[in-house]
Design a protein around this ligand. Structure first.
Ligand SMILES: Cc1cc2nc3c(=O)[nH]c(=O)nc-3n(C[C@H](O)[C@H](O)[C@H](O)COP(=O)(O)O)c2cc1C
Length: 260
């Protein structure tokens, strides 16, 4: 696989994006979505089982549904990346950069460049996998800055016997917390009936179409918009309170004209 390096927003750090660029699929041509803008959707699977993953089938089905609606899709196998634990050092709040030099910065960049984000995880002990949670923990600065504002998202999950829907709900709550608007979920139990994945893939394809439509029409959900507005005010308040410590976040909101 040919790898290329490019410079991330923080000076002096080159980030290897080979693992991402090699997995980008081409969009279908001549789609009317915003004449000069290609709709980009990234799907992230957090199962460690690679191609054997049932959850991957759902993530791919969402991406396929979105591709048929004109999206440029990218699949990421999260467990093939190196993403270290958050140490709660606060450097991202203060400087907008992380102390770790690993694959997270390139992955975040890819998410920030997308119009839509799909999270997929199997149920591991009634929650997401440790790899997905590790990625989310590295996104606290993105949450404070509501960096997914204007994006859309959805989540998919598989489980042996229970709580696939709840795990998908949790991932959607993380997307909402980041500022994105969520369009739905698919959760399926495959332990006793492996064939249950087949109708679930159909639902996931439909979810992908819905995600693409939401992006195209800039769909507004008043309930989620209300939550976004409340969260924005909350984060601006705590960032103002900590403005000497969280300089990057204060400057970020100031740059948007949201803080004086
Ligand atoms: C460590 C571990 C924990 C799991 N915990 C649960 C659980 O709490 N409830 C459940 O119904 N299935 C559980 N499962 C089963 C997986 O959720 C299920 O096999 C899933 O479809 C695997 O997805 P994948 O094929 O994408 O890896 C667990 C599996 C593993 C390996």
């Amino acid at each position: 696989m040919g790898k290329k390096a490019y410079s991330f927003k923080h000076p002096g750090r080159a980030v290897d994006t080979g693992f991402l660029s090699s997995l980008t699929f081409l969009p279908i041509s001549n789609h009317p979505y915003m004449e000069n803008k290609i709709m980009k959707i990234i799907g992230i699977n957090a199962s460690p089982r690679g191609d054997k993953s049932q959850t991957k089938k759902l993530v791919m089905a969402v991406l396929e549904g979105a591709r048929k609606s004109g999206a440029d899709i990218t699949f990421v196998d999260l467990c093939s990346l190196e993403i270290k634990y958050c140490t709660a050092c606060g450097t991202c709040y203060a400087k907008g950069e992380c102390i770790h030099d690993d694959d997270f910065a390139a992955l975040l960049e890819k998410m920030l460049n997308a119009d839509g984000v799909v999270f997929g995880s199997p149920n591991y002990i009634n929650s997401v996998t440790a790899q997905l949670k590790t990625m989310l923990d590295r996104m606290a600065d993105s949450i404070h800055c509501q960096q997914f504002a204007g994006k859309y998202g959805c989540s998919v999950s598989t489980a042996g016997g229970s709580m696939a829907d709840e795990v998908a709900d949790y991932m959607n709550s993380a997307l909402l917390h980041l500022g994105a608007t969520t369009v739905g979920k698919v959760g399926v139990l495959v332990g006793a009936d492996p064939n249950a994945i087949v109708p679930a893939e159909k639902q996931a394809k439909e979810l992908g179409r819905k995600l693409a439509d939401a992006i195209k029409t800039k769909w507004n959900d008043p309930d989620q918009t209300k939550i976004h507005l409340e969260r924005k005010e909350y984060f601006k308040r705590i960032i103002s309170f900590n403005k000497d410590l969280w300089k990057h976040e204060y400057d970020y909101w100031k740059g948007l004209g949201e803080l004086k």
